[in-house]
Design a protein around this ligand. Structure first.
Ligand SMILES: *Cc1c(COP(=O)(O)O)cnc(C)c1O
Length: 373
């Protein structure tokens, strides 16, 4: 690949901090875990943060800690990475999909009410591509119906809506630190909340159901091993200390793309709605509505053939075969999600992407559009 879709940004500072941990006796459950948790809680502006080994684990433990289980329904979006749906399924609850707002690409707050039944316990919205638009409206619907919000902020570390940071809208917010996210720990995730009971329960659930003051072989409940190690947390501490610089670099790349693709009426570019500050996770353009999936897929193929890595973020979750089969979903069920999904092109996007590379990506894309549309 000439230009990869994503690339981590690791400096000597991260390397030194990780090596420091390797010289210490605690590779797990040591002091760096708490250091990372406190730093992340302070950055987001929540009382508590609980580190876990992935964003997926964080969503699953949030749902468990909030009492979601068999017989319950959770309203969520079909335009997302699959983990926001599968973690609902893992608890035994049923995901109930609601279509998106085609501007923000987030759960449409105006469609939620129609999906609420007496079994509905929670709403699990996702800041798609880091965009916090509509999250206040989504929370208002939840509040009106007495529903808990589990906020999948895995793509939105550092985003804000009218000054309120992503991760503070739900009863819990969840971040992920896979290498393509704004900051990485290799693998990792974090649950944030203001509720001590929920945080303490998550700490027990991530650690084999142990209690904070019980013995190593005393287990109070069915738990898991979802701990995040000190090596990963050391990486996280340094990455988080660089978050402002990381956000600025990513904003600069998004700005280059916006300028380079301006006036291209065959494409719809991502927009920052008034009041929204997007912490850029990916840069996803989409073909104008008059085009379709065959044309989009040919463009993806041709970009890839020319050494520019692109992707189709996201195919609709309700049409993944095992989910469609389990819940009887069909094409046409969520037309806005389906229409958007068929036209997206995620462009290469990371901290160190240069202006020259952005120009190559856009030049190649324009040439392919000229040749194929
Ligand atoms: C990345 C991501 C996750 C989970 O991330 P992992 O750390 O890979 O488990 C969950 N939801 C969304 C929307 C994501 O983008």
């Amino acid at each position: 690949m000439r230009i990869p879709l994503s690339r981590p940004d690791i400096t000597e500072q991260e390397i030194e901090r990780v090596v420091d941990v390797l010289r210490c006796p605690n590779l797990s459950m040591g002091p760096v875990v708490g250091e990372f948790e406190r730093a992340l809680a302070a950055y987001v502006g929540r009382r508590r943060a609980v580190a876990v080994n992935s964003g997926t684990s964080g969503l699953f433990l949030s749902l468990l800690a909030l009492g979601i289980g068999p017989g319950d329904e959770v309203v969520t979006t079909p335009f997302t990475f699959i983990a926001s749906t599968t973690t609902i399924m893992m608890t035994g609850a049923r995901p109930v999909f609601v279509d998106i707002d085609p501007a923000s690409l987030n759960l449409d707050p105006n469609r939620i009410e129609a999906a609420i039944t007496e079994r509905t316990k929670a709403i699990l919205p996702v800041e798609a591509f880091g965009n916090p638009a509509e999250f206040d409206a989504i929370c208002q619907v939840a509040q009106r119906h007495g529903l808990t919000v589990i906020e999948d902020s895995c793509e939105a570390l550092g985003s804000a809506l009218r000054g309120r940071k992503a991760g503070t809208f739900g009863k819990t917010g969840v971040f992920a630190f896979y290498p393509n996210k704004q900051i990485t720990t290799g693998e990792g995730g974090m649950i944030v909340t203001d509720d001590d009971r929920v945080a303490d329960l998550c700490i027990s659930l991530r650690n084999q159901g142990r209690s904070p003051n019980g013995g190593w072989l005393a287990h109070e409940r069915l738990g898991y091993n979802f701990r995040l190690g000190d090596i990963n947390c050391a990486l996280g501490v340094v990455q988080l200390s660089r978050i402002d610089e990381i956000k600025a670099r990513r904003r600069q790349v998004a700005e280059w793309y916006r300028e380079l693709l301006a006036g291209e009426d065959r494409l719809i570019l991502p927009q920052e709605a008034p009041g929204c500050e997007i912490s850029w996770f990916v840069y996803v353009v989409r073909l104008a509505e008059r085009f379709g999936i065959e044309q989009r897929d040919r463009i993806l193929q041709e970009m890839t053939r020319q050494g520019i890595q692109v992707n189709n973020y996201f195919p609709p979750v309700h049409l993944q075969p095992f989910i469609a089969e389990q819940y009887g979903c069909r094409r046409g069920d969520f037309p806005l999600t389906e229409s958007v999904s068929e036209r997206t092109i995620a462009l290469p996007f990371h901290n160190r992407l240069t202006q020259d590379e952005a120009a190559i990506v856009c030049g190649t894309l324009r040439a392919i559009l000229d040749a194929s549309l």
